[in-house]
Design a protein around this ligand. Structure first.
Ligand SMILES: NC(=O)c1ccc[n+]([C@@H]2O[C@H](COP(=O)([O-])OP(=O)(O)OC[C@H]3O[C@@H](n4cnc5c(N)ncnc54)[C@H](OP(=O)(O)O)[C@@H]3O)[C@@H](O)[C@H]2O)c1
Length: 233
């Protein structure tokens, strides 16, 4: 089985790549900068699985996302699973609407919303080569409009993930023979989730993988948590 995951330098993406490699899958994983000091995890993984892990340098906000991807994957690739994982969260200082900057709004939308859309666009031809293609968009419960019952700022992040949720739903309707999942990975101890988060990246990754592998077309176009339970839009 061949998978493509964005943002495997650290956090949930790194744990997902490791879990999938351990399951003998072939992984195409994107990293922005292999010279960063904190990418040792992915370098170790490359040493351990050097034939099964293909690293692709990619910033999902760059102009030529499609060209970058196409250049680094085999022409006849059969891609079984795409996981749009790369994401960004800008901490806000209240009063939120007053302090919300155009820069953070733009960055969140570029990375969390336009990134997954453009990466998916680039990889659709390869997904169509698979008999059972799946796209898993790593969203967040913070992107749920129904769940947002009490004000808790994060305008830019919430809006970008709500947009991603709509992208997942639309994609599932345009491609009824492809499983499209929208997933909340839990509150995870990563640079984004912070030290107080109760879930380790490895646990989140194992559970996400289980939900993805078990999923079928009847589940396409919906929003799920780590236990595979439906979440409100
Ligand atoms: N942690 C949580 O509690 C939590 C909760 C809900 C949803 N999520 C979602 O889960 C996903 C993974 O989050 P995480 O907790 O693992 O975060 P993380 O530790 O901050 O890792 C984020 C990853 O995204 C990459 N990335 C950021 N901007 C990028 C860009 N412009 N182009 C390409 N890659 C980029 C980062 O690469 P660099 O190393 O180059 O920065 C890194 O690999 C995100 O979509 C996030 O929104 C996380």
């Amino acid at each position: 089985m061949k998978v493509f995951i964005t943002g495997i330098s650290r956090g949930i993406g790194l744990a997902l790549a490791e879990a999938m490699l351990q399951e003998k899958m072939e992984v195409y994983g994107t990293v922005r900068n292999l010279n960063n000091e904190d990418v040792n995890g992915v370098k170790d993984l490359k040493k351990q699985f050097h034939q099964k892990l293909h690293l692709i340098k990619l910033d999902v906000t760059q102009e030529n996302v499609k060209e970058q991807i196409v250049q680094h994957v085999p022409k006849d690739l059969t891609l079984d699973i795409l996981i749009n994982n790369a994401g960004v969260y800008h901490r806000e200082v209240e009063p939120a609407i007053e302090r919300l900057s155009r820069e953070n709004l733009n960055d969140s939308i570029q990375v969390n919303l336009l990134g997954p859309i453009l990466v998916t666009q680039a990889l659709l031809p390869y997904l169509m080569n698979s008999e059972n293609p799946k796209v898993a968009n790593i969203s967040s419960i913070l992107g749920s409009i129904q769940f947002n019952a009490a004000f808790s700022s994060s305008y830019d992040y919430r809006i970008s993930k709500a947009g991603l949720n709509m992208f997942s739903k639309n994609l599932s309707l345009e491609f009824p023979d492809m499983v499209t999942l929208n997933l909340h990975p839990g509150w995870v101890k990563t640079r984004m989730g912070g030290e107080d988060a109760p879930i380790q990246p490895q646990e989140s990754a194992q559970k996400l993988l289980k939900v993805i592998l078990k999923s079928d077309l009847s589940q396409s176009g919906c929003f799920y948590n780590l236990e595979g339970e439906r979440l409100p839009w």
